[in-house]
Design a protein around this ligand. Structure first.
Ligand code: UDX
Ligand code: UDX
Length: 475
């Protein structure tokens, strides 16, 4: 029987590393959990009352353990040296340069972590891949550890994270499954024992390393594929008069299909779906499977199409021009209940509207003004040179305002576009909002969040995803 792990270190205090480690610390008071990161500001925020990420319920989990058996610091070497188990949870963005640019994962940070672990380790350590990685990365990590280490020895495990942002605490507390891949039964058992403190044993699946790595990419590819599939059908619904929510409901009632991930939207976002599919595409190409690569690539292309189709519909509906018209944007995060904007559909829709010279007034309950401006600026950069034209810069400076509330964003606007499904947007005084907008008051619901019938009765002209436009109901 192994000695239970008493000291854990996690490199990377992001959306994955922070909540996951806080949950382990809360559930396992006898284990010391040290979360480290190169970013001092992020660590300071984890140690403050205002955590760097917004996640319902997370404050309580962190408060329960911080200072007891959970620490956040930038002292990476020391945390590694004292840990028996080291999680790698650094980011693995899509490469923007060199071989595989636009598809392959950039493993620079993972490799640096492996080298640091090798340099500071003594004795035996279990290294756990938490970051989503291309299949067979564990092999590379193992070789780096073996070749650069002194006398230290290592086992490498894959333990991909399946939490979704916005529901991270629930997902961690009550996961559908925990997946652990590894070659050494003893190392696998050490990690199983940690999760078994709160997760039923039959939900802890153990596999070989490669199956574990591939399962993460496959799970995200399947989920994203469902969203792209229903979004593809939404275009057909708009053309034919079918209603995409009714279609989703009807097909979701088939237990073989199931109801989840069938919500038509302005497009999926987030740090994982696109990146992981592109990663899968790259792997397929690498292993000489171009037809399989093309199949999965289409899921991402469909998503691109859905975002641009939505922006184009706004322009077309507003008499083919939005130039100098004010459009209120409700929501900028990639989904509700998070402040994360990575790959958010809102970025692309706003960029397209700005290219049409619309004036945007943007409101999101959790995303900061700096983040919104940074994302829009990035979206206007030339993909190769990184430059922004002077015309684009002028539009970014003069056509973007950040509002303090949804009502402020809608005041005097020719149209409002719902881009994130924050619950609060469904609960506003729409009669009052309508009075403050000129006619026709357009409302574009990119999330099918609002009650379209009552909005029409109030005099809004509503256009929604996967629904053919219906005439205005005269009040
Ligand atoms: C990231 C990846 O996006 C995801 O694929 C993977 O599954 C887990 O890690 P996330 O936690 O959302 O997810 O990323 P992010 O919020 O960017 O956090 C990564 C952290 O690692 C950052 O705080 C960054 O400062 C830190 N980091 C990065 C290091 O501490 N060292 C490095 O060398 C690189
Ligand atoms: C995803 C996976 O769900 C999670 O298991 C993995 O660990 C990380 O990637 P996340 O990206 O945080 O999680 O959120 P998710 O709930 O999957 O939503 C992703 C995107 O798809 C969001 O933009 C969301 O709005 C969109 N979506 C989701 C839809 O448009 N329709 C749906 O029915 C579901």
């Amino acid at each position: 029987m192994n000695r239970p792990v008493q000291n854990i270190c996690c490199i990377g205090a992001g959306y994955v590393g922070g909540p996951t480690m806080a949950m382990i610390a809360q559930q396992c008071p006898e284990i010391s959990v040290h979360v480290v990161d190169i970013n001092q500001d992020r660590i300071d925020a984890w140690n403050s009352d205002r955590l760097p990420i917004y996640e319902p319920g997370l404050d309580d989990v962190v408060k329960a353990a911080r200072g007891r058996n959970l620490t956040f610091s930038t002292d990476i070497d020391r945390a590694i040296a004292t840990a028996e188990m080291v999680f790698i949870s650094v980011n693995t963005p899509t490469k923007t340069f060199g071989v595989g640019a636009g598809r392959a994962a950039n493993l620079e940070f993972v490799e640096k972590c492996a080298r640091t672990i090798a340099r500071v380790s003594k004795g035996h350590k279990i290294v756990v891949e938490k970051s989503t990685l291309p299949v067979r990365t564990a092999e590379a990590v193992r070789r780096i550890l073996a070749s650069s280490a002194g006398a230290a020895t290592f086992d490498v495990l894959s333990n991909p994270e399946f939490l979704a942002e916005g529901t991270a605490v629930e997902d961690l507390l009550d996961p559908d499954r925990v997946l652990i891949g590894g070659e050494s039964a003893e190392a696998v058992e050490s990690l199983v024992a940690i999760y078994a403190n709160w997760v039923p044993r039959d939900r802890i699946l153990t596999t070989n390393l490669w199956s574990s790595e591939l399962s993460k990419l496959t799970a995200n590819a399947f989920l994203a594929q469902r969203v792209s599939s229903i979004n593809a059908i939404s275009a057909l619904c708009e053309a034919t008069g079918a209603d995409v929510d009714e279609v989703a409901n009807a097909i979701g009632a088939d237990s073989r299909i199931g109801p989840k991930f069938l919500k038509a939207s302005v497009g999926f976002g987030g740090s994982c779906f696109q990146k992981d599919i592109l990663n899968l595409v790259y792997l397929c190409e690498h292993f000489g499977l171009p037809k399989v690569a093309k199949y999965w690539e289409q899921v991402v292309r469909m998503n691109d199409h859905q975002r641009s189709r939505f922006a184009a519909r706004i322009v077309r509906t507003m008499f083919n021009t939005v130039s100098d018209k004010q459009i209120g944007i409700w929501g900028f995060a990639f989904k509700k209940d998070t402040n994360d904007t990575r790959e958010s559909a809102a970025i692309y829709v706003c960029r397209d509207l700005l290219r049409e010279r619309a004036r945007l007034v943007i409101y999101d309950p959790q995303v900061s003004e700096d983040q919104i401006r940074l994302d829009l600026e990035q979206s206007c950069r030339h993909p190769r040179t990184g430059e922004i034209s002077s015309a684009d810069r002028q539009v970014l400076e003069q056509h973007v305002t950040i509002a303090a509330s949804a009502e402020d964003a809608a005041r005097d606007a020719h149209a409002v576009a719902v881009l994130t499904e924050w619950d609060a947007f469904a609960d506003l005084d729409f009669a009052n909002i309508r009075r403050q907008m000129p006619s026709p008051a357009f409302l574009f619901d990119g999330r099918n969040l609002l009650d379209h019938k009552s909005l029409r009765a109030l005099g809004f002209e509503v256009h929604a995803i996967g629904k053919s436009p219906q005439p205005l109901v005269q009040p």
